[in-house]
Design a protein around this ligand. Structure first.
Ligand code: AMP
Ligand code: MG
Length: 492
């Protein structure tokens, strides 16, 4: 069995200005850790087929089919606010492109496939722990309806790699329509190479934003669309309580996808200052900073695209500023709409913002769990103003919740809200299950003992995060005490 990888696909044809050709470093004695049947099916594959010897060798980076020229993409990026002129795929290799059942083209990358010209001081490897986290979170985000790169499988090996401790190596297969990043533009802008910038824009317009080609100013239209998509993406992160952890511009997708899962985390108790990345001492990428960091990152992208906006620098800057000004309203409106849906409101009211922040404030003061509180809010009955609502259980001071419930009930009455209808609509937007850190950690701990069953259980659970799955109720419980001690850093 094989997949039809096009080694001379759309991106490869752009030429070596944009990447380096690299052979993967063989992974000793590879074995399949987990294969994603849902995604495999999209490509007409059976997950079992991925376990076959040939496919395993391909997915480990040990067999490069004829016609395939693996490549590492070039990019730069602002890391924690500082510009790094050259980054690039230091451990990911694009094998080629493949078509799904609907004819859509995807890039297939092996993450952890060995050294590239961009590895800097790294070893080109990914560890099993982080590969499991990325695998599960990509699929969890997809289940939540949030744009993301996808994950097809994890191949493991007993090869040792050195991080804070000795760990074992793994290769994650990830897929995306494009892996281009803001940093893919920055690298050429700072080298003063404007031709490659235009080529990248043309490429994106042709293959990923064809509807913008007829616009008066397609480059600007493209930038505006990236602004809009990024705003919506980050609003979705905030609504579901997801912290990315490393929002460097090299981890920001030109397609508005969640990209490069590292020390991410979902909120447990609601804490806007939540920092999921233990290497982020200043809290630059704290949960509440994400929306403004999104803007900052888009400003970096705008800077890199300036030469394409207008020949006159001043005019280019004006156009960029104008487009960037759309970010905040786009974010606010996506967030406000999403928050209204989380509260089960169907009409708009000037007081909605106050109602939502009122709830978030008491959640913060009471250490209420973000996911559980919103999920339980579906059980709110207008008639008793929340007296019977299980969400009250999440609050140390239940009266704080009941006081808020008076305002909420009044608001619901203003739109004649029906408890039943509202409750089921809310369950479509407030997930019951998210990939809490401790859940990922449990799957990792078992995998380190060669038991991969928990990865598969979590993958299945998180593919349907809005559905009640009574036999899996325990996965929606509050995190255990030991969860607080889990430390996730950039090293992966
Ligand atoms: P990240 O913050 O994980 O997205 O990575 C930032 C940069 O470091 C990218 O260029 C990565 O390819 C590179 N990198 C991260 N880990 C490694 C590694 N173990 N070996 C080589 N390069 C790496
Ligand atoms: Mg990255």
């Amino acid at each position: 069995m094989n997949i039809h990888l096009d080694g001379n696909g759309r991106f490869a044809r752009l030429g070596e200005t944009f990447y380096s050709q690299v052979s993967p470093d063989p992974l000793p004695e590879p074995y399949m850790v987990s294969a994603n049947p849902q995604l495999a099916a999209r490509f007409g594959l059976d997950a079992e087929e991925l376990h076959g010897e040939e496919m395993l060798a391909l997915l480990a980076g040990n067999r490069v089919p004829r016609g395939v020229r693996p490549l590492a993409m070039l990019y730069a990026g602002h890391q924690f606010g500082h510009f790094v002129p050259q980054l690039g795929d230091g451990r990911a290799l694009m094998l080629g492109e493949l078509r799904d059942g609907e004819g859509k083209i995807w890039e297939l990358q092996l993450k952890g496939a060995g050294l590239t010209p961009y590895s800097r001081s790294g070893d080109g490897r990914a560890v099993l722990r982080s590969s499991i986290r990325e695998y599960l979170c990509s699929e969890a985000m997809h289940g939540l309806g949030i744009p993301t790169t996808r994950a097809l499988c994890i191949v493991g090996s007993d090869e040792e790699v050195y991080r804070e401790q000795i760990e074992s190596a793994a290769v994650l297969t990830r897929l995306a329509p494009s892996h281009l990043r803001f940093g893919s533009f920055e690298v050429f802008y700072y080298r003063n190479q404007h031709q490659p910038l235009s080529i990248l824009v043309e490429y994106l317009l042709e293959h990923h934003y064809p509807h913008l080609r007829e616009e008066d100013h397609p480059v600007l239209a493209l930038f505006r669309e990236v602004v809009a998509r990024s705003a919506r993406l980050i609003a979705q992160w905030q609504l579901v309580g997801f912290a990315h952890g490393v929002m460097n511009t090299d981890n920001m997708s030109m397609l508005g996808l969640t990209l490069d899962y590292g020390p991410f985390g979902f909120l447990d108790a609601y804490d806007p200052a939540f920092i999921c990345n233990h290497s982020d001492h200043e809290g630059r990428y704290s949960f509440e900073n994400q929306p403004s960091i999104g803007y900052w990152n888009l400003s970096c992208l705008a800077q890199a695209m300036l030469p394409l906006f207008a020949p006159e620098p001043d005019a280019a800057v004006e156009l960029a500023k104008d487009a960037l000004a759309d970010y905040e309203p786009a974010f606010m409106s996506a967030y406000a709409d999403g928050m209204r849906a989380k509260l089960g409101l169907v009409t708009r009211d000037a007081e909605d913002h106050k109602l939502a922040t009122g709830l978030l404030k008491i959640m913060q003061a009471n250490g209420a769990d973000y996911t559980r509180t919103f999920r339980a809010l579906a059980g709110f009955r207008s008639a008793d103003q929340g007296a019977s609502c299980p969400a009250a259980d999440e609050f140390a001071d239940r009266d704080a919740f009941y006081r808020w419930g008076v305002d909420y009930a009044a608001r619901l009455r203003r739109e004649d809200s029906n408890d039943e209808i509202r409750g089921s609509a809310m369950n479509q937007v407030n997930p019951k299950y998210v990939l809490r850190n401790y859940l990922a950690q449990q799957a990792i701990d078992r995998a380190l003992n060669r038991d991969y069953s928990e990865i598969e259980r979590l993958r299945q659970l998180l593919a349907r995060p809005f559905d009640e799955q009574p036999e899996r109720d325990a996965y929606a419980a509050l995190p255990p005490d030991w969860a607080g001690a889990i430390s996730v850093s950039c090293s992966s």
